[in-house]
Design a protein around this ligand. Structure first.
Ligand code: ATP
Ligand code: MG
Length: 553
């Protein structure tokens, strides 16, 4: 163990016992809102007690520091307890979306050599089907059975009842592995992004400075813990600063979400553009008379925030949405709109304190303000990922010298604001110009008929690549030649004739991954009739008739 190991650097301890030591034991840490209307509260003392019990359960099962424990559950209070308990025991916790299929699960548990899986009874079938290919998986814990089912299929409740809450957390060196998130990548197998306990200071600083969350605040992060936002800011940051977190077990529902903001008197709300675009589709009556005075800060992450959404939120909610940018690999917010910084609609904001963000060309040379290139970060910030599990070559390939390459394209303006262009793989190279999908999609949202849009590239003999726009219409609207023409003209007028889509495809919905992001590569592959690559992180998708429409256009 490193000589610098300290107790308060253990993330599980910092989020619970440390809060109790600072006098917040009886303060509410979590307000749990079940999908069935059930509501319960957990104090910091309860969270400290239960997470210690879970750490003791793991120790009792022989889980050594560094061993991998996975949690595959929908949002439930147990997810948060187990997550913190794993960290207290210095096991590496891997949160998984509950609806992963067999292969997705096998890839992740196998790659990480998981020794324990926490799940629920109805998901056991899935685990049984792949169990014989997981020789390292020693114990399956079920949250919803009262007694053990077999020597290796155990009841979480019974284990927790029998465990001691006197687990002693060991001083934890910053380089101790903490958390493993799998990112699906555009094609190959999912890659494990490993984080360390030493990420805590960056997560805490951004929670305070960007999200403006402090002790006693009511904070609501809508992300699932299967995604980095749901762990860095749906678990760690807010509890490490002593805030009360609202956790809602239901899925997206515009009415329920607005009621939560209002009734729970949320002070800070962290959500995603997809959710905001869905709220934007609702009738104005949903928002009339809403009392949102307590909501001090609203922030967004995960996808580009279209200016149209910013304008809608100002008009309808009377709130400014603060866009923030980060990714699984960065562990914490790197670029953001912060208090005191005027929001420029369409911009992600500026680099946060202590982070040097630059735009480099493909040879790794810095580009001046105004030129688009690769968004890179000077390596070495505390929450930077430690490795791609089992793939040192992939890890090394993400760095140009001292700079980590995010894989996103962006522009920095003369004032230091960053403007997202697109993922490097999604940028469209047409008629000698690099066109970002975000710009096209944002102007498409300006049309009253359009609910959502995605722009992708397709090969073109003359232009090298052409722009294909996938468009979802608002309810009551139907596709027409006239609308197609207007779509093309609008992009030509607002962006440029080069960016104007050659093909417009109307679809009932867009493919999304489980964190709600539009999967442009799937649209591109489907349009071209090509292999769609790894789909383990994709939600079920019902596009309508892409092929027929391609013929028609
Ligand atoms: P994979 O790496 O497997 O393809 P992913 O990149 O979608 O998965 P995350 O790490 O959760 O997984 O997402 C980070 C990415 O999301 C960023 O690299 C960027 O492309 C996008 N993103 C996040 N925040 C923003 C934002 N504010 N504006 C634009 N894009 C954003
Ligand atoms: Mg990524």
């Amino acid at each position: 163990m490193s000589t610098s190991a300290r107790l308060e650097d253990n993330v599980g301890f910092a989020c619970t016992d440390l809060q109790c030591r600072q006098g917040r034991g009886s303060a509410v840490a979590m307000r749990w809102l079940g999908s069935d209307g059930q509501r319960s509260e957990y104090t910091f003392a309860q969270l400290a007690d239960e997470s210690s019990r879970f750490a003791a359960v793991l120790a009792g099962l022989g889980v050594a520091p560094g061993a991998r424990v996975f949690v595959m559950l929908p949002k439930l209070p147990e997810v948060y307890v187990a997550f913190l308990g794993c960290l207290k025991a210095r096991a590496v916790v891997g949160p998984l979306f509950a609806n992963f299929g067999d292969d997705a699960l096998l890839d992740r548990l196998g790659d990480a050599r998981a020794c324990v899986l926490l799940t629920k009874h109805s998901l056991l079938k899935k685990v049984h089907r792949i169990r014989d290919r997981l020789p390292d998986l020693r114990h399956i814990l079920l949250v919803d059975v009262d007694d053990h089912l077999a020597a290796d299929i155990l009841s979480y409740r019974r284990l927790m009842r029998e465990a001691s809450a006197d687990f002693v957390v060991a001083p934890t060196a910053p380089e101790t592995p903490s958390l493993l998130h799998y990112t699906s990548g555009s094609t190959g197998k999912p890659k494990g992004v490993l984080h360390v306990h030493g990420a805590l200071p960056t997560i805490v600083a951004t929670t305070r400075d960007v999200l403006q969350v402090g002790p006693g605040d009511v904070f609501w992060c809508t992300a699932d813990p299967g995604w980095v936002t749901g762990t860095s800011y749906g678990i760690i940051g807010p509890w490490a600063v002593g805030a009360t977190q609202v956790h809602y077990g239901g899925s997206f529902d515009a009415g329920a979400w607005m009621a939560i903001l209002e009734q729970e008197q949320v002070n800070v709300w962290y959500t995603a553009p997809t959710a905001l675009r869905m709220l934007m589709r609702e009738e104005a009556s949903l928002y009339a008379g809403r009392r949102l005075e307590t909501l001090r800060c609203a922030a967004s992450v995960g996808e580009p925030l279209n200016p149209e959404v910013t304008f809608w939120a100002r008009r309808t909610l009377g709130k400014e949405i603060h866009d923030t940018w980060f990714q699984t690999e960065t562990g914490a917010i790197m670029i953001a709109n912060r208090p005191g910084l005027a929001v420029r609609p369409g911009s992600m904001g500026q680099a946060v304190d202590g982070i040097e963000a630059v735009i480099l060309d493909s040879a790794g040379q810095p580009l001046p303000a105004g030129q688009q290139g690769r968004l890179c970060l000077r390596r070495g910030w505390p929450s930077m990922f430690a490795e791609h599990l089992n793939r040192p070559g992939v890890y090394a390939s993400r760095f140009h010298g001292d700079y980590y390459d995010s894989g996103d394209m962006a522009v920095r303006d003369a004032d230091g604001y960053f403007w997202f262009v697109g993922r490097t793989d999604d940028v469209i190279n047409t008629s000698g110009h690099l066109v970002g999908p975000f710009e096209i999609e944002s102007v498409l949202l300006e049309l009253p008929e359009v609910a959502e849009a995605a722009a992708v590239s397709a090969p073109d003999p003359i232009r090298f690549e052409k722009v294909v726009a996938f468009v979802c219409l608002r309810s009551g609207q139907s596709p027409s030649r006239e609308l197609e023409s207007r779509i093309r003209l609008h992009v030509a007028n607002r962006v440029s004739s080069i960016a104007s889509p050659q093909d417009v495809v109307f679809v009932a919905s867009l493919p999304r991954n489980r964190s709600g992001k539009i999967m442009r590569r799937v649209l591109r592959a489907r349009f071209l009739g090509q292999d769609e690559g790894d789909l383990s992180s994709m939600e079920a998708w019902h596009p309508g008739e892409i092929d027929d429409q391609r013929e028609r256009v």
